[in-house]
Design a protein around this ligand. Structure first.
Ligand code: PRP
Length: 217
């Protein structure tokens, strides 16, 4: 692939990275060092003009929106929570699939009538606010940064809004999934200015990745 413009791709460590690397490899982009071993945040690749930057998932949309990265790979949950406005989302990569759900303690489901006012622990404040508002439920939101499943167990909240993958974390903590808010997968996002000024290179990358995703399905 002949990428003639300098292109920076923002990625996040963990599951997204693990599932993204094989896709990038298919289009001829491989990090020039082992990302698990390296602490480098800007990593050159086998394509001279293409660099990877490794960020927190919640920061990927911000870097792409401001053009610090031309392209990013971000979970739909992050795009819903931190805003997908001002960026293109041309491709669903179909990887890192999971569900954004509300969940609550198993026992309370049978013993409690639906309430108009509840306490909800989550790191997805915007998504939770919109969800409960739509249902006409007054939700007092409590911001947490991880281990949301603990909050109802400790009496901090009645429900949580969190990512559910296998459902094992909920089950092992006596909780059940309640309502589906959104199906989540990783999306390719593109800075709007980059799409114009580096059009040929960005387009080539998007098309190649689209083909790689199609071949995987
Ligand atoms: C996510 C999520 C749940 C867990 C769900 O956490 O917050 O805790 O995965 O997975 P399961 O349904 O397969 O049990 P993650 O490990 O991504 O860490 P986080 O707490 O930093 O979000």
């Amino acid at each position: 692939m002949n990428i003639t413009d300098p292109i920076t791709i923002a990625l996040t460590k963990g599951r997204i990275l693990k599932e993204t690397l094989p896709l990038l490899a298919k289009v001829g982009i491989e990090p020039s060092e082992d990302l698990d071993a390296s602490r480098k945040l800007i990593v050159p690749t086998t394509l001279t003009n293409v660099h990877l930057v490794i960020l927190r998932g919640s920061d990927v949309p911000t870097y792409v929106k401001h053009g610090a990265a031309d392209i990013g790979i971000a979970g739909k949950d992050m795009l819903l929570e931190f805003g997908g406005e001002g960026i293109y989302e041309p491709l669903d990569l179909g990887i890192a699939r999971c569900r954004l759900m509300t969940a609550g303690p198993r026992l309370s489901q049978t013993t409690q009538a639906p309430r108009r006012r509840i306490r909800v622990a989550t790191k997805f404040l915007n998504i939770a606010r919109a969800h409960y508002a739509e249902k006409g439920i007054h939700a007092d939101l409590i911001k947490l940064y991880g281990s949301m499943e603990l909050a109802p167990l400790m009496g901090l909240a009645d429900e949580i809004v969190d990512i559910v993958d296998t459902g094992k974390t909920l089950e092992e903590n006596g909780m059940v999934p309640l309502e589906l808010i959104a199906e989540v997968s990783s999306r390719l996002i593109v800075n709007k200015a980059s799409m114009r000024t580096r059009h040929a290179s960005v387009r080539m990358l998007v098309d190649a990745l689209e083909e790689a995703v199609g071949a995987q399905e």
